[in-house]
Design a protein around this ligand. Structure first.
Ligand code: ATP
Length: 231
């Protein structure tokens, strides 16, 4: 799925949280968005997921304008997401989360078990989500997003709060996703970004500074000045 942002912008009163950004995220891309705190990364993700409306601009998915679609409609067209803080139901078991996530067309076979094995939670299927560690809750939320069979997967700081072990698991899961899934991730962990992303977009104070490979971005003088603090 190709996602095109066309002058996408968001203001909060006088604050320009995201200045107009135009960008294409290609089919099957692994695209990361980085930038200092308050750069507008989460705002961008909310706009794509539909939980926030843009002040102006458009979103096109495979050429179709989805700017006005509600969150549930975006889910049905293949957009799944995880949140900055894992959104799980503490009293529901791991297996119950997967049952709720899997669309009826995928109920055949043991899709849920396969996804739980991917994230290393297959032995915790009967455990209530509230009893999992923070990192495991993040991985469960990722499993739920993957089990829905997305074509565009949005990940908001997936590495935040993960142990080294869980971080390796996250990298493995992302590497195992097929090319039919386009991934857009926001993260501060540059090692993860280098590991998984083929394209990187840098935001700073709501402004789109540049997009390129991680090496191109690191060599960009505006990025070095604004983000890394070196000329
Ligand atoms: P972080 O890395 O700290 O999560 P971010 O790059 O994700 O930061 P955003 O959360 O998108 O940044 O915030 C961008 C700007 O918009 C910040 O100045 C933030 O304070 C502001 N902002 C975010 N949400 C709101 C809101 N609901 N009302 C007013 N201002 C907001």
């Amino acid at each position: 799925m190709t996602l095109r942002l066309d002058g996408l912008e968001r203001r909060y009163g006088g604050l320009h949280a995201l200045k107009p950004v135009s960008l294409t995220i290609g089919d099957g891309a692994r695209h990361a968005v980085i930038g200092p705190n308050g750069a507008g990364k989460t705002t961008l993700l909310h706009l794509i997921a539909g939980s926030l409306k843009p002040t102006s601009g458009r979103l096109l998915l495979d050429g179709t304008d989805i700017t006005d679609l509600t969150v549930p409609r975006r889910v049905t067209v293949g957009i799944s997401r995880t949140h900055q803080h894992p959104a799980v139901y503490p009293k529901l078991t791991v297996a119950e989360h997967l049952t709720l996530a899997i669309p009826p067309r995928r109920v055949r076979g043991d899709h849920g078990t396969v996804v739980l094995e991917m994230v290393g939670l297959d032995r915790s299927a009967a455990t209530p989500a509230g009893k999992l560690s923070y990192g495991q809750q993040r991985l469960l939320e990722l499993a739920v997003a993957v089990a829905a069979g997305p074509q565009l997967l949005l990940l908001d700081e997936p590495s935040s709060g993960l142990s080294d072990h869980d971080l390796r698991r996250l990298s493995t899961v992302l590497a195992a996703l097929g090319n039919d899934v386009t991934v857009l991730l926001v993260d501060h962990n540059l090692a993860l970004v280098r590991d998984v992303a083929d394209h990187v977009t840098v935001l700073h104070h709501g402004q789109h500074l540049t997009t390129g490979t991680i090496d191109q971005v690191r060599a960009d003088s505006a990025v070095r000045q604004a983000y890394l603090g070196t000329p």
